[in-house]
Design a protein around this ligand. Sequence first.
Ligand code: SF4
Length: 270
Amino acid sequence: MLKIRSSMLNGYLDCSRRAIASGYKDMVQDAGYRLNERDPHVGACIGTGAHSGSEYMLRNPEADLKDSIEVGIESFKKESGGDLILDALTPDKNTAEYQVKALVLTYSQEVAPNVKPVMYNGEIGTEIYLKAMIDDETMLTGHIDLFDEIGMAPHDSKFGGQNKNYFPQLGGYSKLSGPNGLTVKSDPVIDWIPRCKKGKVPEYHRITYDRKLCEEAGMMICKKIKADVARFLKTGNPWSFMPNVNSMLCSNKFCVAHGTNFCGLTRGVK
Ligand code: SF4
């Protein structure tokens, strides 16, 4: 049985080979290919911290804001314990902790007061793990940050510096909701609070996506992944997965296949 995570669907559109190298590492290595180890990127660790802080806030509506911020910072520290890839926006860990605090603060002012997590299996409906068979051989899975009872729609929080296109991932969440007893009644939502320079206040953006288009995109990409994986298992040929060397993430900072025998196009460039 093939398991597909909803969170890999967006990346599959950008570079299928990178998404496979990161999502199905064992399959690629078992076929004889080498993949790189990669230090975590500071942006991803900040995102994990901000997610943890905002989840704590929704689960504990009576708790003090400083507790949510502390949970966020502790989560960031845990995630970024070893070496870390830094960038211009976050040149050191102190700045990163400041940014986690700022993101959780904005979430507390702009998102938390306007949503109501649904009760799911007796618990407050945040970080809900869902799974469903989408055909006889393929299971789709996903962690929904929040299923909002007010709009009856899944929400996903994003804390990256740039807004991207999330149709396929949200389509996965929307498709998973129904079979797990969560009735979707409106378009899925991205709660985007971009990490920004120290000293600035992060702005909140509520972005809704057309549900039908999301579901179409998500299901078409699942079909493509299934067909591509079947081809790879039969032939062992990395061309089963289309590379995109023009992707903004095509570098050894973001891709474990960069410069390896799994992605020949990035080897031997002089
Ligand atoms: S090195 Fe570039 S083209 Fe190759 S898999 Fe990674 S992102 Fe895609």
